[in-house]
Design a protein around this ligand. Structure first.
Ligand code: OX2
Length: 803
C-alpha cells in the first residue's frame, strides 16, 4: 500500500487519541503497540473485505486448512512487511521518538503449536495469501498455548502461557458466525414424512463455537485471507436456576479451548483432546457449509467449490463430520455423499513415529460422539466390503479403521481423502514402501509427495535484515517473490568481497545473539567461536543426546590436553519436552548439568560453551537462526519426516551437518555434497538392522574407548547431580538396545564434526559454502510448496508460478 510518513504519523496520533485519549508523550509502549496494531488492522480491513467479496462474487473454490496448531509467532513486523510499509513505519515512528523494535517486544508470541507441524501451518497461510490462493486456516483459539518452559535446577518446569492476558490485537470476534457443536447423548434414526432417515438426539450437550478471525495479509498483493480460530462457550441460557451448576458447566465447556495438548497421561486428558478435535472440525465444517449454501448450488457440487485439508490426523474427524452433515442434514444418499467427501478431503502425514498415529478407544468415541461413531462404522463396513473382494484379507485387516477396540485416525483420513502426501521425498517413499504400504497397494494413485517449505519473508527478510540487504545489493530483489532467483548469488562464489561481507554479517548476528545470552543468562560467549545449533522439539529420535555425547568427548579431549587444537565452539540448544515424556526431560536435565560443568571449567579456556535457551519458540528462533554457523540435523535416518529448521538455517548461511533423513536428502541434492556435511547410517541400513536384528549397542560401548569414557561419565559421578538421569540414559543406550542407534552413529558423527572443525578454519571456503547454501535455499520456499498443493491436490488456481 502507499503510505507516506506524514500520513502515518497523523494516523498514529489520531488513533492514539481516539483509543486512549493520550498523546505520544503520555503513552507507554503497550498503548503504542495496540495503537499500531489497530492501525495495521484498519489499513488491511478494506482489502480483507474486498478479498472476501471477490471470492464470493467469482464463486472461487476455497481451501480450508484444518490444523490443530498454528505456530504464528509475533505478527507485528510480518504484517508491516506484507503491507509493504515496514520501512516507512519504522522511520516515522523513529521521528516520533518510538523504537519499533521495542514495540515488537510487547506482543506476546502465541505458542499455539508444538514445533514443525504448527510452524508449517503458519508458513503455509502466509504463503497462500502471498500466492493468491483462496485459502484459510481453521483451528482452535487456545486460551493457553504450549507451556512456558523454565529451567529450575536444570529441570524443565512447565508454566502456563497466558498469551491472551492483555487481549489479542489481531483478532475479531464474529458472534454472528457462531455455530453449535454437539457431544454425548443418545441418537437414533427416524423416518420423516418425506421418507428421509433423520437422526434424533436426546440429552446431547451443546457447545457454542465462536470464531475469532484474524487477517492473513499477502505480501504486497492486496490479498487478505482469514485465519479462523474457534473458542468454546456455554450457549446463552434463558434462566439459570442453579447458579453453581451453571458455573461448573461453563468451566467444563470452556475447558475445550483452554489448553493445547492437555495432559495425555490420563483418561480425562485424552478425552479432552478428542473433544477438541471434534470441536474445531465440526465448527469449521458447519461454517463452510453455511457459506457454500449462499452460492445456491447443489451439494453435489461441493467439491468444485471447497477443498478441506487435514493437517496430520488431528482433524481426521472431518471425514465423518462432513458425511454426517451431507447424510443427515442435506439428505444425500450414501454413495453421493461419500463421493463428495472424498473429493473434498486431502490429508498430510507428518510422521512415521507410531506414538503419533492417533487411535481412540471405541468406548470413548462412541459415547462422546454417538452419531459420528455410527458413520465411522459404516465407512469401515463399506470399505471392508468393497476392498474385500479385491485384496487379500490380511491387507484388509491391517487397513481397517476400527481394529483392536480402537478407531485409527490415519486410516480414516486415508480412506476418506483423495490425496495423501508425505512432507519430503524420502518420507513419502517410506510411507509408500513401508509404513503405509498396504494402503499404497489399495490406493496407489492417492499417494504423492509435497516437500515442506518455509516463508523467506519471516525467516530471512525479517529475521536477518543485514543479509537481506546484502542479497538485494548483489542480485536485486526479485527473489523476494521468486525465491529460486537466489541462485543468482552463485555468481559471487569466488568474489572475496561478497564472501567477506557475508562473514561480517554473520559475525554481527553472532554478536547480537551473544549480547542476548549475556543479558538473559549471564553467560559470556565468544562470537568468533563456531555457533553450532540444534533447535527442535526434544525427542529421542532427533538425537540431541548424540550431540551431547560428542560435546563430552571434546571436553575430555581438552581435559587431557588443554592445548588440543580445536576450534572454539558454542553449542546452542533450544527444545521443549512434552510434559509427560520422562526420557526427554531427563535429557534436558543432563544437557543443563553438562552445561553447568563445562561453562564453569576455566581449565578449558572458554573453548567450549553450551547455551540451552529457555522457552524456545518462534521469537527465539528468529534470534538464533541468523547467528548459526552449523545446523544440526542428526535424526536417525528414516525418522524425521522432513524437518524445517534445516531449511531456515541454510537460508541464513549455516552449514548443514546431517544424516540423510527427511529433507536433508533434498538439501544435499541442491547444494551438492561438497557444501553439506553428511554422516551416519542411511535409511536402508536402519531397516536392514530392523530386519536382521543385528545391532548390539553394548559392543560399541565395550569396544570404543572414547564412547566408553563418555558413557561412564553419565554414571560415575563425573557429571555431578545426575545420578538418576545418568543411569536411566546410560541404560537406554547400553542395556536396552539404543533404539535410535546413537552409539552406532557416534563415530561417524565425531568424524563429521572434525570435518566441520577443519572446514571452518578456511574462512573464505566456509563463506563460499554458506553462499551456495543461501543460493540453493529458494526451492524450499513455502510459496512453492503451497502452489504445488494448490495445483496438484486442491485444484485451485494460484497466480504465481514456479520459475
Ligand atoms: C513434524 C515432523 O516431525 C517434522 O519432520 C516435519 O518437518 C514437520 O512435522 C512438518 O511437516 N508430527 N510430525 C511433526 O510434528 C508432529 C507432531
Amino acid at each position: 500500500m502507499d503510505l507516506s510518513k506524514r500520513k502515518f504519523k497523523d494516523d498514529f496520533k489520531k488513533m492514539l487519541t481516539e483509543v486512549y485519549s493520550m498523546d505520544i508523550t503520555e503513552s507507554e509502549l503497550t498503548e503504542q503497540f495496540f495503537t499500531l496494531g489497530n492501525l495495521i488492522r484498519s489499513y488491511s480491513s478494506k482489502n480483507w473485505s474486498r478479498t472476501n467479496q471477490h471470492y464470493s462474487e467469482k464463486k472461487e473454490k476455497q481451501v480450508y486448512y484444518f490444523s490443530m496448531e498454528f505456530l504464528l509467532g509475533r505478527m507485528l513486523k510480518s504484517n508491516l512487511l506484507n503491507l509493504g510499509i515496514l520501512d516507512t513505519v519504522r522511520s516515522a515512528l523513529q521521528d516520533l521518538g518510538i523504537d519499533l523494535e521495542e514495540l515488537v517486544q510487547i506482543e506476546p508470541d502465541p505458542g499455539l503449536g508444538n514445533g514443525g507441524l504448527g510452524r508449517l501451518a503458519a508458513c503455509f497461510i502466509d504463503s497462500m495469501a502471498t500466492s493468491e490462493i483462496p485459502a484459510h486456516g481453521n483451528g482452535i483459539r487456545f486460551k493457553y498455548g504450549l507451556f512456558k518452559q523454565k529451567f529450575v535446577n536444570g529441570y524443565q518446569v512447565e508454566l502456563p502461557e497466558n498469551w491472551l492476558q492483555n487481549g489479542n490485537v489481531w483478532e475479531t470476534r464474529k458472534m454472528h458466525a457462531a455455530v453449535t457443536v454437539r457431544f454425548y447423548g443418545k441418537v437414533w434414526l427416524q423416518q420423516t414424512d418425506k421418507g428421509f432417515l433423520t437422526p434424533h438426539y436426546e440429552g446431547a450437550q451443546e457447545v457454542l463455537a465462536v470464531p475469532y478471525d484474524s487477517a492473513v495479509i499477502g505480501y504486497k498483493n492486496n490479498v487478505v485471507n482469514t485465519l479462523r480460530l474457534w473458542s468454546a462457550e456455554l450457549p446463552p441460557q434463558d434462566d439459570i436456576s442453579d447458579y453453581w451448576a451453571y458455573i461448573h458447566q461453563r468451566n467444563q465447556i470452556e475447558s475445550i479451548s483452554e489448553v493445547l495438548y492437555p495432559d495425555d497421561s490420563t483418561y480425562e486428558g485424552r478425552l479432552l483432546r478428542l473433544k477438541q478435535e471434534y470441536f474445531f472440525v465440526s465448527a469449521g465444517i458447519q461454517s463452510i457449509i453455511r457459506h457454500f449454501k449462499k452460492m445456491h448450488l447443489h451439494m453435489n457440487h461441493l467439491a468444485e467449490k471447497v477443498a478441506i485439508h487435514i493437517n496430520d490426523t488431528h482433524p481426521a474427524l472431518c471425514v465423518p463430520e462432513l458425511m454426517r452433515i451431507l447424510l443427515d442434514e442435506e439428505h444425500m444418499d450414501w454413495e453421493h455423499a461419500w463421493n463428495v467427501t472424498v473429493n473434498v478431503m486431502s490429508y498430510t502425514n507428518h510422521t512415521i513415529m507410531s506414538e503419533a498415529l492417533e487411535k481412540w478407544p471405541i468406548d470413548m468415541i462412541s459415547s462422546l460422539l454417538p452419531r459420528i461413531y455410527q458413520v465411522i462404522c459404516e465407512i469401515d463396513r463399506r470399505y471392508t466390503m468393497k476392498m474385500g473382494t479385491l485384496f487379500e484379507p490380511a491387507i484388509i485387516d491391517r487397513t481397517q479403521i476400527i481394529e483392536g477396540g480402537h478407531v485409527k485416525m490415519a486410516h480414516l483420513a486415508i480412506i476418506g481423502s483423495h490425496s495423501i502426501n508425505g512432507v519430503a521425498q524420502l518420507h513419502t517413499t517410506i510411507l509408500k514402501e513401508k509404513v503405509l504400504h498396504d494402503f499404497f497397494l489399495v490406493y496407489p494413485s492417492k499417494f504423492n509427495n509435497k516437500t515442506n517449505g518455509i516463508t523467506q519473508r519471516r525467516w530471512l527478510m525479517l529475521a536477518n535484515e543485514p543479509l537481506r540487504d546484502l542479497i538485494n545489493r548483489k542480485i536485486g530483489n526479485e527473489w523476494e517473490t521468486m525465491p529460486t532467483e537466489l541462485k543468482m548469488l552463485k555468481a559471487f562464489r569466488d568474489d572475496n568481497e561478497t564472501l567477506l561481507e557475508l562473514a561480517r554479517i554473520k559475525h554481527l548476528n553472532k554478536e547480537r545473539f551473544a549480547d542476548y545470552v549475556q543479558e538473559t543468562m549471564g553467560l559470556a560467549i565468544n562470537p568468533d567461536a563456531i555457533f553450532d545449533v540444534q533447535i527442535k522439539r526434544l525427542h529421542a529420535y532427533k538425537r540431541q543426546l548424540m550431540n551431547l555425547l560428542h560435546i563430552l568427548s571434546l571436553y575430555f579431549k581438552l581435559k587431557d590436553n588443554p592445548a588440543a587444537d580445536i576450534q572454539p565452539r558454542v553449542f546452542i540448544f533450544g527444545a521443549k519436552a512434552a510434559p509427560s515424556y520422562t526420557y526427554a526431560k531427563q535429557i534436558i536435565k543432563l544437557i543443563n548439568t553438562v552445561a553447568e560443568l563445562i561453562n564453569n571449567d576455566s581449565s578449558i579456556e572458554n573453548k567450549l560453551k553450551i547455551v540451552f535457551v529457555e522457552n524456545y519458540g518462534v521469537s527465539l528462533a528468529e534470534k538464533i537462526i541468523p547467528a548459526a554457523d552449523v545446523s544440526e540435523q542428526i535424526s536417525l535416518a528414516s525418522k524425521e519426516a522432513s524437518g524445517t529448521s534445516n531449511m531456515k538455517l541454510m537460508l541464513n548461511g549455516a552449514i548443514t551437518l546431517a544424516t540423510l533423513d527427511g529433507a536433508n536428502v533434498e538439501i544435499k541434492e541442491h547444494v551438492g555434497s561438497e557444501n553439506i556435511v553428511i554422516f551416519g547410517l542411511r535409511e536402508e541400513e536402519v531397516y536392514q538392522y530392523y530386519h536382521d536384528g543385528s545391532y548390539h549397542s553394548r559392543s560399541y560401548y565395550e569396544n570404543n574407548p572414547v564412547l566408553h569414557r563418555v558413557l561412564d561419565a553419565l554414571i560415575d559421578g563425573t557429571i555431578p547431580g545426575v545420578v538418576a538421569e545418568g543411569h536411566s540414559i546410560f541404560d537406554s543406550l547400553v542395556q536396552y538396545g539404543d533404539e535410535y542407534f546413537v552409539l552406532r552413529d557416534f563415530d561417524a558423527y565425531v568424524a563429521a564434526q572434525e570435518r566441520i572443525d577443519s572446514l571452518y578454519r578456511d574462512m573464505l571456503k566456509w563463506q563460499r559454502m554458506a553462499l551456495i547454501n543461501i543460493a540453493g535455499a529458494g526451492i524450499f520456499s513455502s510459496d512453492y510448496t503451497v502452489q504445488q498443493y494448490a495445483n496438484q491436490i486442491w485444484d485451485v488456481s494460484s497466480n504465481a508460478h514456479l520459475k
